[in-house]
Design a protein around this ligand. Structure first.
Ligand code: ZN
Ligand code: ZN
Length: 889
């Protein structure tokens, strides 16, 4: 939808769309900006320009228009006090990790808190009406601006003011009146300073007029009146009109403080620590001048670097001042901002990684580390984390609880960054030789090698970071996780009655509603359809085997083998009870393993995905490192202690909003639930999840859980494979047998080893005596060796390859007329080894080849030494006879 067209339409009828009661009562006049033409409302009849174009833009820096001064946390207290006084419910913030939407990794606006996706529709669910919420929002698109522009943050607090007029809330008149009184009465801004600009909002198929409110060029808030749906001209009024007023808390603090940047009044004690470290006084005229220039010019250029150069020029800043003041200051603001964002994200269960939203978090920590190195700062990150949390905990007490987790994760990530530096350095050198990389190349470098452009800049491999780098990277990782569902001819079929959510009979009758190919739809079924990582039930329908069950929207489709019943028939159905029981045990075990992993490892553990089959199951959890044997044992022990306690597993249905308020977003371990009534599976108070699977009634039914394997399958995700119930007992039995077998094998190997050692020792004693006798021309049988004129043959079992090798070699070395041939068994093969002196008349190679071929194998070597063998032991005697005749004649 074209926003410009909608704005044109709405602005052509201002009385209908924009002229609220307040404007009439106070005597606001409507003006068109003489520069850009936009319409705005003001009490100052002489005003000709809109806030973006006027001369007073950012003139609050150094000269705030309020008599009162409020920093960040104080500003929220003012806002909250005002709205509560005016009959709003103050709601706690929602997590910044957006667990209730599968198209967003992070919460990007306060209204997102209350949006739930149902099919292709977005519906609103408000826990109170009207309400106000201090919603922390994460946005990574403008990362390059953070620390530089004075007003861009990677996370900010959106003051969300929401009202549904048709459910007892208010509409435009009261909204604008409240916002005006918030600015003037509560914050003490003069009425004449407030300017409202006409605008529109459109998205997700709906749209409506909006009024942005500005004070001295700073947009403080935007009241959106979502009123219509459809295409402009053919639009209709929404069933549920909604007020979505979003205002930046950081800006409210800034306008009252008038500091050079918004950062100066929003990070509390963190700034003081950082200012001391770099030795800069933020309260300086140069900074005020510089940042006012930046603020005024930022929207007029595409390239941030150009804005910086211009501001440097206009503020009269020298190169020395730029390097000694501005650059370290920008780095300092960046560190404070990024650290605050990481604290919120990790508190809410996110981990820096290479996947999903974790990308942005890792990128931010690397930017922090890169900046610390570039500016050669000696910072204690733990101290900064403490300072942030101490400052924010009054508004956000949940940060205090996760303080140590945040420290642990950041320490680990920073150590990894340090480790990877050697590798990064080599890469950077190559880049420097090759010349300036493109934005795509920079993205590849980050994605495959974890090398940030900040690092490349730090080591002078590049001179500037391209301004499109972060927006491009962030676009790449906004991807959705939706899968296609096969189209089936299911139109007009009613929803299948799901017996597994009711009495769950193992045998039942049902009517065949539809048959196509080998697929059957019944009016009701107890066959669990594949879903939530749980494999389907098998069994029989009308005597035919059920080999698969899938769910398509509300209809369950059974795939049969060997034939299908007729449409309209009533058929008897039977489930494979053992299969169902085993899958069920594995499913409840998944919840148990999830809870015990979280308990053993830390609060960042969430279910990433899960799979439950009849004889095995796996749970992928979010965790930063591979598991140690000790951790695996602890998780297994904790899980089995939950089994031993025989805890009850209860299933209750709640209205979605109630479930979220009662249990929090932890319930969404298996992802988003697209239904209004949520099925909550609780293992007493140990684990509470929204889940559609089948579960045991008591944890004792599982009897035993065994973890069979764990593996770090990707950065930030660890896979735990396990078995439960009868499979676990079988596993233990197999393990015991395996270790028994291994012990036996070990003993057999040791015995063999000992035997060899003994043979060797015996050979060492025997060889010199035998040699002496043979070299003295003794013939006949000597220790089972047939000797004839120094030509020797043996097939005695008392000699092994050590003897043959050493005896034969020594013999022919001492006398060139001598030869030795031995046949012996070695494992499954019969082997021959021949040594022959040059004047012996024996050709070792020929003998070995011939004998090996009798034995069904092959042999090789030369006239002096050859060996071979074969596996046909039945030919051993034949081989002996042949060898003997070839050697001894
Ligand atoms: Zn204008
Ligand atoms: Zn589940």
């Amino acid at each position: 939808m074209d926003k410009k067209e909608i704005l044109k339409e709405f602005s052509s009828d201002p009385d209908r769309y924009y002229n609220v009661k307040l404007f009439q009562e106070q005597g606001f006049v409507r003006k068109a900006c003489s520069k850009c033409g936009r319409f705005f409302w003001t009490l100052n009849a002489g005003r000709e320009l809109c806030p973006d174009d006027a001369d007073d833009t950012y003139s609050f820096i150094g000269e705030p228009p309020t008599t009162k001064r409020f920093d960040y946390t104080q500003a929220w207290k003012q806002v909250e006090e005002f709205f509560v006084k005016n009959h709003h419910t103050s709601v706690s913030r929602y997590p910044v990790v957006c667990r209730w939407r599968d198209d967003l990794f992070f919460t990007i606006a306060s209204v997102v808190d209350f949006q739930r996706v149902m099919g292709s529709k977005v519906v609103f669910e408000f826990p109170a009406n009207p309400l106000v919420v201090p919603q922390t929002c994460l946005r990574f698109k403008d990362l390059e601006n953070v620390g530089v522009t004075g007003r861009h943050f990677s996370s900010f607090c959106m003051i969300g003011q929401h009202s549904v007029p048709d459910l007892g809330g208010y509409w435009k008149d009261e909204c604008v009146d409240l916002d005006f009184r918030l600015l003037t009465n509560q914050f003490g801004i003069k009425k004449e300073e407030v300017v409202f600009v006409e605008d529109v909002w459109a998205g997700g198929g709906s749209f409506g007029p909006s009024l942005e409110y500005f004070v001295r060029g700073l947009e403080l808030g935007n009241a959106v009146f979502t009123e219509f749906q459809g295409e402009l001209g053919e639009h209709t009024t929404l069933d549920q009109r909604v007020i979505d007023m979003g205002a930046g808390l950081e800006r409210f603090a800034w306008i009252t403080m008038g500091t050079p940047t918004a950062y100066d009044c929003c990070f509390g004690p963190v700034n003081q620590i950082l200012f001391e470290k770099i030795g800069i006084d933020s309260d300086s005229e140069i900074l005020r001048k510089y940042f006012t220039e930046i603020a005024k010019e930022i929207d007029h250029f595409d390239d941030l670097n150009e804005v910086r150069h211009l501001a440097v020029k206009n503020a009269g800043i020298t190169d020395d001042q730029l390097n000694k003041m501005i650059t370290p200051l920008e780095g300092m603001y960046l560190i404070a901002d990024h650290l605050r964002t990481l604290i919120f994200a990790i508190t809410d269960g996110a981990l820096p990684s290479n996947v999903g939203g974790g990308y942005n978090l890792r990128m931010m920590l690397r930017r922090i580390n890169g900046t610390i190195n570039r500016l050669d700062l000696k910072l204690n990150i733990d101290e900064l984390i403490d300072a942030h949390i101490d400052y924010l905990k009054d508004t956000y007490p949940e940060l205090d609880e996760k303080r140590e987790d945040v420290k642990q994760i950041l320490k680990l990530e920073s150590a990894r960054y340090e480790e990877s530096k050697v590798h990064m350095k080599k890469k950077a050198e190559k880049i420097r030789e090759r010349g300036v990389p493109s934005v795509d190349e920079l993205i590849t470098l980050y994605e495959s090698d974890g090398i940030t452009p900040e690092y490349l800049k730090e080591v002078d491999a590049i001179s500037e970071i391209p301004s499109s780098f972060y927006s491009k990277l962030s676009d790449l990782h906004q991807s959705e996780k939706k899968k296609a569902i096969a189209e089936l001819p299911l139109e007009e079929l009613p929803e299948t009655e799901t017996l597994f959510y009711k009495d769950d009979p193992m045998e039942f009758d049902a009517k065949v509603l539809k048959v196509f190919d080998d697929q059957v739809v019944l009016d009701r079924t107890s066959f669990y359809a594949r879903g939530g990582g749980q494999e389907p039930d098998f069994g029989s329908i009308a005597g035919f085997n059920v080999i698969n069950v899938d769910k398509h929207a509300d209809i369950i489709v059974h795939q049969l083998e060997g034939g299908v019943p007729k449409e309209g028939d009533t058929v008897s159905c039977k489930l494979d009870e053992t299969r169902r029981a085993n899958i069920t045990k594995n499913h409840t075990s998944t919840h148990i393993i999830n809870a015990s992993s979280r308990g053993v490892l830390g609060s960042w553990v969430w279910q990433h995905s899960a799979f439950k089959d009849v004889d095995h199951a796996r749970l992928d959890i979010t965790h930063h490192s591979s598991l140690t044997d000790e951790q695996v044992k602890q998780i297994e022990d904790t899980a089995n202690s939950m089994v031993k306690q025989n805890l009850s597993v209860s299933i209750d249905y709640y209205d979605r909003g109630t479930a979220e308020q009662k249990y929090g977003f932890r319930i969404y371990q298996g992802g988003v639930v697209p239904v209004k009534s949520v099925r909550i599976v609780s293992i007493e108070d140990q684990d509470i999840e929204a889940c559609g699977g089948t579960h045991v009634k008591k944890t004792g039914d599982i009897e035993l859980i065994k973890i069979t394997k764990t593996k770090r399958i990707q950065d930030g995700v660890v896979r735990i494979e396990f078995v439960s119930g009868p499979t676990a007992f079988q596993y233990v039995k197999d393990q015991q047998e395996e270790s028994k077998k291994q012990a036996e094998e070990k003993i057999a190997k040791q015995t063999l080893e000992k035997q060899r050692e003994e043979n060797k020792q015996k050979a060492r004693e025997q060889i010199p005596i035998l040699l002496e006798k043979i070299l003295c021309d003794e013939s006949g049988e000597l220790d089972e060796i047939t000797v004839k004129n120094k030509i020797c043959f043996t097939a005695s079992e008392q000699y092994d390859d050590y003897f043959h090798q050493n005896f034969g070699k020594k013999l022919v070395t001492k006398d060139s007329k001598a030869a030795f041939c031995g046949i012996f068994e070695s494992g499954p093969t019969v082997r021959i080894m021949v040594h022959a002196g040059e004047e012996s008349g024996v050709n070792s190679g020929e003998v070995a080849k011939e004998i090996a071929s009798i034995l069904g194998g092959s042999g090789g070597g030369d006239a002096k030494f050859a060996q071979g063998g074969g596996k046909d032991t039945s030919k051993k005697d034949e081989a002996i006879v042949k060898a003997k005749s070839m050697i001894l004649g």
